[in-house]
Design a protein around this ligand. Structure first.
Ligand SMILES: [Zn+2]
Length: 462
């Protein structure tokens, strides 16, 4: 058996691991490289394998950095099954369609400029037809049930707690008369979130591919985080304006809504009007409610079959652009959740433009903000920011809430690995240098293992 790292090796995007088992070839994830221009240029490059020769794909979860190159894989000749959890399949459909629309819009904008300069026109990376072709290849796999994904290869999905449907993948492989178990953690979530069950580690493994996004640090504790949100809401009400919450459409938005519902009285939320201003977030919320059996026991008991409207009576969804524009007329008392999570595009930009210059406005940042994004500029207390070519003075209050990450912190990653019997060899993926170094040091200190840190394109024989 041979394993090749084709993405998320030393970086946090482009997750893609290639396994050659005898004559068969299997992919774990096929994600998009994201971030700067240079990173994204890697998406156009040919795959380091022949897509036509891949027999099957197992997909850990519905984030673009894990599934975003599937349309390219299919466009370039892959015609096998793609296995994933049913909730992930539902989310992937929404996510990839949105990505195809955005790609189309970007290319059209760029092509208008190119036409004026007399330059060659670009083609989109993929389109809706490619997305439909991906969806036609999707096959559901339930949690905790081994299923044969290739002759002699069984896959079991374990809950990873990261987002709805997110899984760790256990591969039991019969290769040349020997049995081997390869475990891919996928992205692991933190424990004790409002909605999802805790990550479940496997009991044994011969090799572990472990994510290391936050391998060097722990998040703020849950109780501190809840206190922080409570005080931001209070401060925002006192300030007398609106509260803007940039949030990822899948995962963070639903986690915040669940927090709002369960602390509705404590945080005095009935005095606010809460808006989810994102078509993708609205669809993703519907998918969460359809898969409520994946919620943890506490969340299921709390919801007890009640609708979102019963849980948060003053929640409003605004899918239409015209409804979104109406929100500009509201001067106070609105909580607006909108994407993009790092303020790199989407409807949140309009709300920031209309509200940032007012001192009554408050902004609550709940997710990681990459270098170079507008969200990061706000966190770094920029006095003036540029939105749609216009300078906007930042008079609003900016609050950063630390503990709402969808990723496990260092202690939780170490604990997950420690629950696996026999201290198997571990390879650290999906982390930048800091995260990988920090996690490797902890694993060595706690368990005496020396973690391997594969580079991009590295081939390992098992
Ligand atoms: Zn993820």
């Amino acid at each position: 058996m041979e394993l090749t790292y084709c993405g998320a090796a030393g970086v946090v995007t482009g997750s893609c691991h290639h396994l050659r088992i005898g004559r068969q070839q299997l992919l774990l994830d096929c994600g998009l490289f994201q971030g700067g221009r240079e990173e994204e240029a890697r998406n156009i490059q040919p795959f380091p394998f022949d897509p036509r020769a891949i027999d099957a794909v197992v997909l850990s979860h519905a984030h673009l950095d894990h599934c975003g190159r599937l349309p390219l894989l299919v466009r370039r000749g892959f015609d096998g099954p793609i296995y994933s959890h049913p909730a992930s399949i539902d989310l992937v459909r929404v996510l990839l369609k949105d990505a195809a629309y955005l790609e189309q819009a970007d290319v059209e904008r760029e092509n208008r400029k190119r036409a004026r300069r007399g330059e060659k026109q670009l083609k989109p990376l993929f389109d809706l037809a490619d997305v439909e072709a991906v969806m036609a290849r999707m096959r559901p796999l339930q949690f905790n049930a081994a299923d044969e994904v290739l002759p002699g290869v069984a896959a079991t999905l374990l809950p990873a707690g990261h987002i709805l449907g997110a899984a760790s993948v256990v591969l039991d492989v019969h290769d040349a008369g020997r049995r081997k178990r390869v475990v891919f953690s996928g992205d692991l979530g933190p424990s004790d979130t409002t909605l999802l069950r805790n990550p479940a580690p496997p009991d044994s493994a011969d090799l572990v591919l472990l994510e290391s996004t936050y391998g060097d640090r722990n998040h703020r504790s849950r109780s501190e985080t809840l206190q922080e949100i409570g005080s931001v809401l209070e401060a925002a009400w006192e300030a007398g304006g609106n509260l803007l919450v940039p949030a990822f459409a899948i995962g963070r938005t639903q986690e915040v809504l669940a927090l709002f519902a369960s602390h509705r009285h404590e945080w005095n939320l009935d005095r606010w009007r809460i808006f989810v201003d994102s078509p993708m977030a609205i669809q993703a919320t519907g998918i969460h409610l359809r898969h409520a059996d994946l919620f943890n026991d506490e969340a299921q008991a709390f919801m007890a079959g009640r609708s979102l409207r019963e849980l948060l009576p003053n929640l409003h969804e605004t899918p239409e652009a015209a409804q979104s524009m109406q929100l500009n007329n509201i001067r106070r008392g609105a909580i607006i959740l909108a994407g993009a999570g790092m303020c790199t595009g989407g409807r949140i930009l309009h709300h920031l433009r209309h509200n940032l210059w007012r001192s009554q406005t408050q902004v609550m940042i709940i997710g990681y903000q990459s270098e170079g994004t507008l969200g990061r500029r706000l966190v770094d207390r920029a006095e003036v920011v540029r939105i749609y070519g216009e300078d906007v003075r930042v008079q609003a209050g900016i609050h950063t809430v630390g503990g709402l990450s969808a990723h496990a912190g260092q202690d939780e990653l170490v604990k997950w690995y420690g629950s696996i019997g026999g201290r198997p060899p571990v390879h650290l993926v999906h982390g930048e240098k800091r995260g990988r170094d920090g996690l490797a040091a902890r694993l060595n200190h706690d368990y005496g293992v020396i973690a391997r840190m594969p580079g991009h394109g590295e081939v390992i024989t098992l």
